[in-house]
Design a protein around this ligand. Structure first.
Ligand SMILES: [Mg+2]
Length: 131
């Protein structure tokens, strides 16, 4: 258990969502579980900028956002870094984007609203943490 906490502390996550309350809810889950917030972005363009500067271990990416949507931002980030770990987080109605997201290189797809355990298990799966 102690080992797991130590590993989780090193994980930095970039939270991307245009809704402040959603970013705040996700941030609470991550911080409560010992993770570091690499940044918060309210649109895809800002997410790409923050990815370059902050090099997060994980990106939690909303799809429907102004300025640049999550699919375009995913594409840009994967062009910058083929090893990027991007988890798409979107509402049920956006599930048609699952196949496109995976094709572009997303590692997982989480449907909102989600429970804390779903986000945590997705991050662990993507980073291959056996816990
Ligand atoms: Mg949105």
């Amino acid at each position: 258990m102690e080992m797991v906490i130590l590993i989780m502390k090193k994980i930095s996550v970039l939270i991307v969502d245009d809704l402040l309350f959603m970013r705040t809810a996700i941030k609470e889950i991550l911080v409560h579980n010992g993770m570091t917030i690499a940044g918060e972005a309210e649109n895809g363009l800002r997410a790409v900028q923050l990815y370059k500067t902050n090099k997060p271990d994980i990106v939690l990416m909303d799809i429907t956002m102004p300025v640049m949507n999550g699919i375009k931002a995913l594409n840009r980030i994967m062009q910058l870094d083929r090893q990027a770990n991007v988890i798409m987080c979107s509402a049920l109605g956006q599930s048609r984007y699952i196949i496109e997201s995976i094709r572009l290189g997303a590692k997982d797809f989480v449907i909102k609203p989600f429970k804390a355990e779903r986000i945590l298990s997705s991050i662990k799966k993507v980073l291959d943490i056996d816990a």
